[in-house]
Structures are given as C-alpha cells and as structure tokens.
Design a protein around this ligand. Structure first.
Ligand SMILES: C[S@@+](CC[C@H](N)C(=O)[O-])C[C@H]1O[C@@H](n2cnc3c(N)ncnc32)[C@H](O)[C@@H]1O
Length: 439
C-alpha cells in the first residue's frame, strides 16, 4: 500500500457518506480532525470538495464507463472513482499517480475484488477522455454539475445570470473574515495578518470585512482563538449593518444558530438592552454559546433560548421588540460553493415547503415588532420563491408594513423590497434581504 493510499481511502469514505445523503459538514470536519499532517488534511479537504462539486458529472461519467451499476456494497468504490475523476480533471493532479493511489485505496477499503475494475475504468477514461467529455457535455446536468430542477429554476429566475450563478457554485469560495472591532480595529487586524505573511483586502463597503487571498486554515490566522475575528461571508455581514440596532433597544434574532449574526450584532452594539437569540434546534444553540465565549461577548445582555419562532406563545414575554432578524431556514442555493452537497440533497419539492415555512415565520414574528420597529428578512438563497414570492404576498396581507430601501453593493432591486446579492467570484455569496418597518 502506498503512503497516501489511506488518505484516498478516507476521502472515499467521506464522499460515499455524502453521496448517501449525509451532510458534508457533519462528516468532513471529524474526518479532517483525525489527520495530523496539515498538508494531508488540506488534500483530503480539496479532494472531497471537488468530488462533491463534481459528483453529478462524475457519476454520469461512471455510468458511461460501467457495463452495469456497482452493487450497493461497493458504494466506497464509486466514491473513490468519483474522487479520482475530480483529482485529475478538477484538481489537475498527475493522472498516473491518482490511478495508482485510487487502486490502492480500493484495496485499503477491503474491496479488493473491485481493484481491477477501478483500474480498468480509470485507464479507459484516460484513453477516451476527449470523446467521453464531448458526450458528457451534451448532458446539461453533467455540464453544469447541478441537478436539472435547479438549473431550470435559475434559468427561469435569472435569464441573464443563471450561467454565472452556476459557475460560481462550482468555483472555490473566497474566505471572508469579520473583524471583532470590540477587540481591535480592522487596520490592526490587517497589520497582524500582513506581519504573518498573510495577505488580506478590506471590503469597500463593509467596515468589518476582510478577504483572505488565498484562503487559509483558520487556525493559522493570528488572533482567532482570542476572538479577534470570525469567518463570515461578506454578504452575511450586511445583516447587522442593515438591521442597525440602537443603544437600549430590544432585539430578537429569531433563527440564530450558530450565532454568526447574533455575535456580529453584539460586537457592533454591546449597549443594546437585550438580544434574545432563539433557535428551534437545541444542539445548534450550544454553538452560539461557544462563539459568544470565543468572541468575549458573554458580558453582553444576550439570552439563548430554544423555541419555534413560528409559535411565540412558547417563549415570548409579551414585550415588543425594536429590531427583529429573521434569518430564515432556506434552500442555501446562494452558498452552493460553500455547501456543494446541498445540490445533491435538496429536491425541487423542498422549495415550496421552505417558502411556506418562511411565510409562516414572518407572519408569526411581525406582531412582536414595536411601532416604528424594524424587521430584517434574510435568506442565503438565490431563488425568487424564497424572497419576492414570500415578501410580496406578506406586504399585501400587512398594509401596516412598509419596505425600506437597502444600501447593498451590487444587489438587484426586486419586488417586495428585496435586495438580492448574487454570488460573486471575489465577493459575497448569494443572499436576499428585505427590511420592513411597522408604521
Ligand atoms: C440560516 S440558519 C441561521 C444562521 C444564523 N442566523 C447565523 O448567522 O449564524 C437557520 C436556522 O434556523 C433554525 N430554525 C429552523 N426552523 C426554525 C424555527 N421554526 N424556529 C426557530 N429556528 C428555526 C435552524 O435550526 C437554523 O439554525
């Protein structure tokens, strides 16, 4: 067995679990934590991400190369082959080494009976690569590496941009930091990073945002453990700025876990009267606590609670809020480059369910807003079904709700007061915002 055979075997195991329906985040983090060498860890990460992003294409390729589908017990072999295609085609690793490592991985997975088949499949692909690529590219899903329902929805919603959105979903995500200005200025943070030989660029419109070029493992960045910054996408950093709570106000963060936006609100305005950080998932609620701890925000007036935002009778004390953030559960189609497994796991029918759920949460939270108060609706989605189609009927049902204009760089203005960010190669993710005021 070659030295890195086991690494490819680990990558195949992780990928097989994602292909079987498990969340990428849930399986990749623990697998990375078991690898001591940072270079091996980085390679595992790159192989799994490229495999998940390319899974639709590479499964179609595999179907062309196999006479009959692999049996269920050979799922890790399928994953090892998908990973091999991704390593050669996407990561551009040397083909002969990848073939040898993949065959070694299949043996290490105790699926020796498939080692010869794996070798033959990869060698045939390398011989017939151009002809097979031409056939693959005729298949729209294989070409765009996204499911047909999502390609169709994006083409419908964004006739001039859908290809750009799909390309963004297949690319590496930029890394954005959010500086905790309670503990030091953005310039200080930039200077520390530069002194450590880690180049970063300030965002032109977001006062806390820095882009790391190239992305780095967070543990390599000076100041992370002391809470000097967080990793948070640029588009997500608009939430605290748009909601703009003032000193002494009561704030509700209705879908708060893991606390990215709760902590940003508190970093900017530790002098609010209170922030209630609510989430329906108690295990995710614990993550908010850990983030507040690291960011040294435990001394602020924040309360963590588990509860259904759609049923305030279970957790509301009856006193209105001046600011409400509804960062609603959504399709995550705006962050496909960060969570590429979403395209494998979501189904077309989920979108209508999510849209109904978003409308339910909005209707339930609206009465909790004080007169003159503001509610910010946010989703990391690029589908109109989760933005315009939620807001427009809501506004028709609630004449006392008025939309406020939003200053969001490069965002599209849409119906229902929505500002839509599309994913940008060196910018933020796809995100939709709408800010409502209660007259
Ligand atoms: C988009 S995430 C929130 C991200 C978070 N605001 C941040 O910035 O870190 C949506 C969250 O909504 C929670 N959620 C889903 N349905 C909910 C409900 N009915 N009530 C409260 N929280 C809910 C999920 O558990 C999930 O943590």
């Amino acid at each position: 067995m070659s030295a890195s055979g086991p690494l490819r075997a680990q990558a195949a195991r992780v990928l097989a679990q994602v292909l079987a329906g498990r969340s990428l985040k849930a399986v990749l983090g623990p697998a990375e934590a078991r690898i001591a060498d940072p270079r091996d860890r980085g390679l595992l990460h790159a192989i799994v991400l490229a495999g998940v992003r390319g899974a639709i294409r590479y499964r179609a390729l595999l179907a062309m190369l196999l006479q009959k589908p692999l049996p269920a017990r050979a799922a890790p072999v399928e994953a090892a082959l998908v990973a091999a295609f991704a390593q050669i085609e996407t990561l551009q690793l040397p083909a002969h080494a990848v073939v040898a490592e993949t065959v070694a991985a299949i043996r290490a997975l105790r699926l020796e009976a498939f080692a010869g088949l794996g070798n033959a499949v990869l060698r045939r692909w390398l011989r017939e690569r151009d002809a097979l690529a031409a056939r693959l590219d005729d298949n729209e899903q294989a070409f765009w590496r996204h499911p047909q329902w999502l390609i169709d929805a994006l083409r419908h919603d964004w006739p001039g941009d859908w290809q750009r959105i799909l390309e963004a979903g297949n690319a590496e995500a930029p890394m954005w930091l959010r500086v905790n200005r309670r503990l030091g200025s953005r310039d200080d943070c930039l200077a520390r990073l530069q002194a450590a030989g880690l180049p970063a660029t300030a965002h032109p419109q977001l006062p806390d945002a820095l882009r790391m070029d190239p992305p780095q493992p967070v543990t390599k960045l000076p100041g992370f453990a002391e809470g000097r910054f967080s990793v948070q996408d640029a588009s997500a950093q608009y939430a605290a700025q748009l909601l703009d709570p003032q000193a002494g106000q009561r704030v509700l963060d209705a879908c708060a876990a893991p606390g990215g936006k709760t902590s940003h609100l508190l970093e900017r305005r530790p002098d609010v009267a209170s922030v209630l950080a609510l989430d329906s998932d108690p295990s995710r609620l614990a993550r908010i606590g850990e983030n507040l701890e690291r960011l040294q925000l435990r001394d602020t007036n924040v309360e963590l609670r588990s509860g259904d935002a759609g049923d305030p009778s279970g957790w509301w004390d009856g006193r209105p809020f001046d600011r409400i953030l509804l960062d609603a559960p959504c399709s995550a189609t705006g962050i496909g480059r960060r969570q590429p497994d979403v395209r494998l796991h979501r189904r077309a029918d989920d979108i209508a369910d999510l849209s109904r759920q978003q409308a339910r949460l909005l209707d339930a939270l609206w009465p909790l807003l004080a007169p003159g108060g503001r509610l910010l609706y946010a989703v990391c989605s690029v589908l109109r079904a989760e933005s315009e189609a939620v807001l427009t009927p809501f506004l028709a049902r609630h004449p006392e709700a008025r939309v406020l204009p939003l200053a969001v760089e490069r965002a599209r203005r849409m119906e229902g007061g929505v500002a839509q960010c599309l994913p940008e190669p060196e910018g933020g993710d796809g995100f939709a915002y709408a800010l409502l005021v209660r007259d």
